[in-house]
Design a binder for this molecule. Structure first.
Ligand code: BGC
Length: 286
């Protein structure tokens, strides 16, 4: 089971999938920005693990429908919902529809995110606002609506030990500073303390809140970092494990973190980065 991935100068690997173990059976999940990249693979992994899934997207409905079709192959329900997570009214409408169609929500995956890169002195306020709006405010708005529903409904022991789970897709850049990307790094640094503060606040209600922090994953957001041999070689200097991450590396961890197997984990940032946060420059120096 799983997808075969060719590795540069290394044996190819088969990515395991969540297909065999229905660790999320009966749960209702919402994944934002799920028509491409990490979000797409996360949404599919949640479906493979047995959850019904709402596929949120902003642009490209065709892509979202393809993800929906792929999720349904696992025998679960899915539908696509267009909403800009930075807009309060659209987020509220998305939750209202989900509660109508699926009855409730058990798993919120805050994935929608974007980059608008520029050197500081060239960065426009619009570039700053767009990134903070989607990556940080969007995660706040979705987390708030999810917590409202989790608390209204409470724990259903036959479904999960927890009243609800929120998983924020953050980044290694919640701790690694990133020149030329101050808006993005600020948004992810914000996600870190927002996530931990929410986790502390809602833990007594049996709601778990965690982040998954990807390193360099092969997706459209960072094509320039891996699509040529030179770029890939230079990227590998930052990755001790010497391979780029695949979206499945993230999808699997998110599905597991949302499951009761991870029931005692809350307020944690889980780095899935091939060691990018291990200060690779110090492997030979210092
Ligand atoms: C960014 C990617 C980058 C990776 C590692 C991610 O959060 O979106 O563009 O390749 O971090 O630097």
């Amino acid at each position: 089971m799983g997808k075969k991935v060719e590795q540069e100068n290394l044996p190819s690997v088969v990515m395991p999938s969540c297909e065999m173990r229905k660790i999320l059976a009966g749960q209702k999940a919402l994944a934002t920005g799920a028509n491409s990249g990490i979000g797409k693979t996360v949404a599919i992994a949640l479906g493979q693990a047995g959850a019904d899934v709402v596929v949120n997207y902003v642009t490209n409905p065709g892509q979202a429908e393809e993800v929906v079709a792929k999720i349904r192959e696992s025998g679960v329900k899915a539908y696509a919902h267009q909403a800009d997570v930075s807009q309060e009214d659209q987020v509220k409408a998305m939750f209202a529809r989900m509660c109508e169609e699926f009855g409730t929500i058990d798993i919120m995956v805050n994935n929608a995110g974007l980059q608008r890169d520029a050197k500081l002195e060239e960065m426009t306020l619009r570039q700053w606002d767009t990134v903070i709006g989607v990556n940080l405010t969007g995660q706040f708005l979705c987390a708030r609506e999810a917590v409202r529903e989790f608390k209204r409904r409470g724990v259903r022991p036959e479904i999960s030990c927890a009243a609800g789970k929120i998983i924020c897709i953050s980044s290694v850049h919640e701790v690694i500073p990133w020149a030329g990307h101050v808006n993005y790094a600020a948004s992810k640094g914000g996600v870190m303390l927002m996530m931990k503060s929410i986790a502390q606040e809602v833990a007594p209600h049996r709601i778990r809140v965690n982040s998954v922090c990807p390193g360099a994953i092969r997706t459209p957001i960072n094509t320039a970092a891996w699509s040529t041999a030179e770029a890939y070689a230079s990227l590998m200097q930052l990755v001790p494990y010497k391979r780029i991450g695949e979206p499945e590396d993230i999808g699997r961890v998110v599905a597991w973190l949302a499951s009761d197997e991870a029931d005692y984990i809350t307020g944690a940032s889980i780095f899935v980065d091939g060691g990018m946060t291990l200060y690779p420059g110090f492997a030979t120096g210092g």
